[in-house]
Design a protein around this ligand. Structure first.
Ligand code: ZN
Length: 246
């Protein structure tokens, strides 16, 4: 018998944001796989070593306009779930900040890969607004430096060549082990350590629901697998959960 406290953990990946116009760069068809020179822009070693790589990276950030993306019905459904009063934590692999923009309180969201809405200095670790850094690029600075120490600024995201923050990952693992329902949305569940989260949730007795366009390694372990488009299926799932658990 499952004696866990009611807690819903929702893990979200790139799939929840594609309807907001944010491509899945890391996916099998993603930009990082197809174009090695693009992958360089999000890999710590070359980024730290080469001002030309940073100049191209800042231009890419300016051109993709990711800060302007709007949340979609999938993000809003999780806000509805939170407002229903059911205990909820969202663990996200996305760096777009769209859960919070949709209205989810920041304390409910754990950003496993950091956030592209902020920058961080590689030397003094101070953080700042990405929007402000991008304004400096637009104003003519090819590689805006940290205003505090002159160090190199990067997005406050986990780049290739960096590990996930062990503290954040530890919190995510505790949530996965504590929840009685784990929902994986728009994530392939193929990249560790994040892929261990649903495993640990199931091992400790949680139900598992997977909502993803493609098969995942956990489909057989799941209580339910949903293949419908996320921005339609997630609102439906949330309505059902609220009705079941209210
Ligand atoms: Zn600094």
């Amino acid at each position: 018998m499952n004696t866990k406290r009611p807690l819903i953990a929702v893990l979200t990946g790139a799939g929840i944001s594609t309807d907001s116009g944010i491509p899945d760069y890391r996916g099998p068809q993603g930009l990082w796989q197809r174009d090695p020179s693009a992958q360089e822009l999000v890999t710590l070693g070359p980024y730290r070593a080469d001002p030309e790589v940073r100049r191209r990276a800042w231009l890419m950030r300016l051109e993709t306009g990711a800060l302007a993306a709007e949340p979609n019905a999938g993000h809003r459904a999780l806000v509805d779930l939170e407002r229903s009063g059911l205990p909820l934590r969202v663990l996200t692999q996305n760096v777009d900040g769209l859960h919070q923009r949709a209205g989810l309180p920041a304390r409910k969201v754990l950003e496993l890969h950091g956030t592209a809405r902020e920058v961080q200095c590689l030397r003094c670790r101070v953080t700042g607004d990405m929007a402000e850094a991008l304004a400096r690029v637009e104003a003519g600075e090819p590689d805006p430096a940290c205003r505090a120490c002159g160090g190199i600024l990067k997005p406050r995201t986990v780049m290739f060549g960096e590990n996930l923050d062990p503290e954040v990952l530890g919190q995510a693992d505790s949530i996965a082990r504590a929840c009685d329902l784990f929902i994986a949305v728009g994530t392939s569940l193929q990249v560790f350590p994040v892929a261990a989260l649903p495993y640990n949730a199931v091992q400790t007795g949680a139900r598992l629901i997977i909502l993803n366009a493609e098969p995942t390694p956990y489909d057989e372990a799941a209580d339910e697998v949903i293949r419908e488009p996320i921005s339609r299926a997630l609102p439906e799932l949330v309505r059902r959960l609220v009705a079941e658990r209210a």
